[in-house]
Design a protein around this ligand. Structure first.
Ligand SMILES: Nc1ncnc2c1ncn2[C@@H]1O[C@H](COP(=O)(O)OP(=O)(O)O)[C@@H](O)[C@H]1O
Ligand SMILES: [Mg+2]
Length: 330
């Protein structure tokens, strides 16, 4: 396997709510690795902690109310959580860039596209004006903008949603990042535009070979984009598997539930499957010899991690669904 580029280790990112001082465990002991050249998918329903994980990597979590209760985020042998601002500033936005769901989050409505693209190059790569413009136009072409000169001089409001997301992708790629994080990059777009942007991201993956974390709530999208997948639920990792293993042989009941809740165009049903409140535990791993309960590594008091070949299953013995219900009653 290739070298590890990013290691998230036992990350705990909590929020302390002001109104009742209660703690939301948005990311609760999450670990995963990203290897060079791969696309790691993170899938899970809304609220499972996907975006806050991204924000922790990018140093964008508002603190307070957020706080880190433990863990490490290792990139380039540095822990981004404890390194100096100076060190992490060079990494974030240069070595690691991010594409958010809503392109307007990343674009400034009062600046031209050209100003925004070249600013990145002035700041991180110290290019002069002419070289920066040439590089920006070239990148706009690479992301499928047909008239890059015109778009370069225009403003975000002159663009369609799909074009805006292409511009954001261009901006993210300008500094040749080692890691690209795409957080639901197509969720806000129409279905046809969504397909075009996914195709673009796949083409980029082939051309630039950038390691990518691809985040979505949509298993169908993950199937098209990822090499390996982390399944998250309520701030925890449920299982980690290659894309093929995950679809051929999902092991965690939560993953199975996610698969059942995918709309199936071949099945004529008005009723969509909805996830039960209480998710069961995986009790065994299917192997070529049948079902085996593999040796687990005990981790804290409430989670058992089962590792086998390239797969990882996490058994969270503490049932958190009761906790959640109580929260919603207050
Ligand atoms: N600023 C915040 N204050 C309090 N809770 C937050 C804040 N931001 C996120 N959360 C909580 O963190 C959890 C995970 O959110 P998020 O990462 O956005 O989920 P996802 O991206 O998987 O849909 C949610 O329960 C959300 O309410
Ligand atoms: Mg999100």
């Amino acid at each position: 396997m290739n070298e590890k580029l990013l290691e998230v280790k036992n990350l705990k990112l909590y929020f302390k709510l002001e109104e009742d001082q209660s703690i939301v465990k948005a990311v609760d002991d999450v670990s995963f690795d990203v290897y060079e050249g791969e696309t790691l998918g993170i899938v899970g329903e809304s609220g499972s902690g996907k975006s806050v994980t991204t924000m922790a990597i990018m140093g964008l979590v508002p603190m307070p109310p957020g706080f880190i209760d433990g863990g490490e985020i290792i990139f380039d042998n540095k822990d981004l959580l404890t390194s100096s601002k100076e060190e992490t500033r060079k990494i974030r936005g240069n070595d690691i860039s991010v594409i958010f769901q809503e392109p307007m989050t990343s674009l400034n409505p009062v600046l031209t596209i050209g100003d925004q693209l070249t600013e990145v190059l002035f700041y991180h790569q110290k290019l002069n004006k002419r070289d920066a413009k040439a590089k920006a136009i070239d990148m706009l072409e690479k992301v499928g903008i047909v008239d890059p000169e015109r778009i370069f001089s225009g403003y975000p409001h002159n663009l369609s949603g799909g074009q805006r997301q292409r511009v954001v992708i261009a901006m993210a790629l300008l500094c040749d990042p080692k890691l690209l994080i795409a957080d639901e990059p197509t969720t806000a777009l129409d279905v046809t535009i969504q397909a075009e942007i996914l195709k673009l991201l796949n083409d980029i993956k082939k051309e630039f070979k950038t390691s990518t974390i691809f985040i979505t709530h949509d298993l169908g999208v993950i199937a098209e984009m990822a090499d390996r997948v982390v399944v998250m639920y309520q701030g925890k990792v449920m299982e980690v598997a290659s894309i093929q293993d995950l679809f051929d042989n999902p092991l965690h009941p939560y993953t199975l539930g996610l698969m059942k809740s995918m709309p199936n165009i071949e099945e004529d049903s008005d009723v969509l499957y909805s996830m039960p409140d209480k998710i069961g535990h995986p009790i065994a791993v299917k192997t070529s010899n049948g079902y085996t309960l593999l040796e687990g590594e005990y981790h804290g008091t409430d989670t058992v991690i089962i590792k086998h070949a390239n797969r990882e299953l996490r058994v969270h013995l503490q049932d958190r669904s009761a906790e959640k219900k109580e929260d919603s009653n207050v």
